[in-house]
Design a protein around this ligand. Structure first.
Ligand code: MN
Length: 495
């Protein structure tokens, strides 16, 4: 039996304009395709005579960016902006000319992607910080521009071998620190995993290569086990006459690398290989658990329901770890096709409502679905200086996260180092002001207790409590909580 390893990657090697046209031919209306063609023709004529360091004509780059965006099924205007994303920076055309030709939406995106002019800043560092701030704020303002930036960065990382050693390291580092967390926050796993693997390849070349080879060996050695399990899974699925699909996935190199750094060994990463089972309906995900657990005994305590309690980046799936052949642990991920689309493309999966109001719809999705939105605005409001802003965003938003159970068992994401005060004020400032005691995992803890993933947090409140103390400001870690505490202090009110 043959199986297809889902490498969760999209490739742009040898992408041409013809291939792009073929890709978009079935998904976009004739009118939209005409507009995309016009954008290509303008970009092609403007970039005429320019070449990339690889020696290829420059136009290959915007075509590749548009190709990645089309694979994400973004709307027509975003593809046009992808094709035109470098023309303002690299040629003589102006943003207003683009607006005249393609409308305000395309021109705003092109303008957003275009780098900040170097003239306004005295040092390279200041310029870099201002640019970072601009990228981060674009997350809250126009998510489509961020998708273009991600596609742009992905193609640049794929072709990084043509740059100098110094440039490679610089780009890889920035990608790891800025673009990987952004892709993760938006739930765009395909982009995130490829970006981080590419970065690691340039940041730790020897370790990367060594690990890659080891994992390929493991994959080879696992083939009989994978095929045996696949056969059984297909048997189970065939009992019902409904659409389904199974994919085998090897964990990406950078994720494994990070686990190893945290003291794990290759043998005890139980989701090194996982099966992704996709079905058409939510109920069927749950129904499948029984025959699977009857065939392969579940490893109790490893069952996770991200359907009823989704990750904060909207990832939804059932996870269960079972004893496979030779008693080796194997992870199964069971989800619907729709959930899989969100898991692969993140926010971009919500695209496709063609009523000409994509920008509004997407921004509304960001506001409603993603917990980072409010924090970002708060930090922006509070930190005027670019350096302070960027370092605070790194600490709170781009940093590693802990996931705790808050009110009603809801999974809440907080930056590492957060305390119960951060959770309480994130839940509701009024609620925060009435805290009396904090109970974590059935034990009372101090207000500055550092939360860990899986902590169950309960608050005992008292409506006539004295309210926050000034020392609470230090005990909270997030800008939002600190600000709300300050506002509730009697002294602050008088000022
Ligand atoms: Mn570019």
């Amino acid at each position: 039996m043959k199986y297809l390893l889902d490498i969760e990657q999209m490739k742009t090697d040898g992408v041409t304009y013809e291939k792009l046209l073929w890709l978009i031919s079935s998904e976009y209306t004739e009118e939209e395709i005409e507009k995309i063609k016009r954008a290509y023709e303008l970009a092609n004529s403007l970039h005429q005579g320019q070449f990339r360091q690889s020696g290829e004509p420059y136009i290959i780059h915007p075509i590749s960016v548009a190709y990645i965006l089309a694979e994400l099924h973004v709307d027509c205007d975003t593809i046009c902006a992808g094709l035109l994303h470098d023309v303002v920076e690299d040629t003589d055309i102006t943003v207003s000319k683009i607006e005249e030709m393609f409308g305000i939406d395309v021109s705003v995106m092109v303008d957003g992607v275009t780098k900040i002019s170097k003239l306004n800043f005295s040092t390279k560092e200041e310029e870099r910080l201002a640019n970072t701030r601009k990228i981060i704020l674009t997350l809250a303002k126009d998510i489509r521009t961020i998708m273009i930036k991600l596609a742009d960065r992905l193609h640049n990382m794929r072709t990084l071998q043509f740059k100098s050693r110094e440039k490679q390291r610089e780009n890889a580092l920035e990608t790891m620190e800025l673009y990987v967390p952004i892709a993760y926050m938006l739930g765009a796993y395909r982009i995130k995993t490829e970006l981080e693997d590419l970065s690691l390849r340039y940041l730790q070349p020897e370790e990367y290569q060594e690990l890659k080879e080891k994992m390929e060996e493991i994959e080879k050695a696992s083939t009989p086990c994978i095929e045996e399990m696949l056969g059984k899974i297909y048997e189970i699925l065939s009992c019902e006459d409904a659409p389904s699909e199974v994919k085998v996935r090897m964990k990406n190199i950078c994720s494994v690398y990070k686990r190893l750094k945290r003291g794990r060994t290759l043998d005890n990463i139980h989701d090194l290989i996982s099966f992704k089972i996709m079905v058409d309906e939510v109920d069927r995900c749950y129904l499948l658990l029984r025959p699977i657990h009857e065939t392969y005994k579940p490893y109790n305590g490893k069952m996770k329901d991200y359907i009823c309690n989704p990750k904060t980046n909207q990832y939804r799936s059932l996870h269960t770890t079972v004893f496979g052949p030779d008693d080796r642990l194997v992870q199964m991920q069971i989800r619907t096709f729709d959930m899989d689309k969100v898991a692969s493309f993140g926010l971009a999966a919500y695209w496709g409502m063609h009523d000409g109001n994509e920008r509004e719809i997407m921004q509304q999705q960001v506001r409603e679905k993603y917990q980072f939105y409010d924090s970002l605005l708060e930090i922006n409001h509070k930190f005027v200086d670019n350096h302070d802003f960027v370092s605070q965003v790194r600490k709170e938003i781009l940093s590693d996260k802990v996931y705790v159970y808050g009110l009603g068992g809801k999974l809440i994401e907080l930056p590492e180092g957060a305390t119960p005060l951060d959770l309480a004020y994130k839940t509701d400032p009024k609620f925060g002001n009435t805290i009396d005691k904090v109970i974590v995992n059935d034990k009372e803890v101090p207000l500055d207790y550092v939360l860990h993933t899986k902590d169950r947090v309960r608050f005992l409140t008292n409506a006539i409590s004295y309210g926050p103390n000034s020392d609470w400001v230090e005990k909270a870690q997030t800008t939002y909580a600190k600000q709300k505490i300050l506002e509730s202090l009697p002294v602050y009110k008088k000022n």
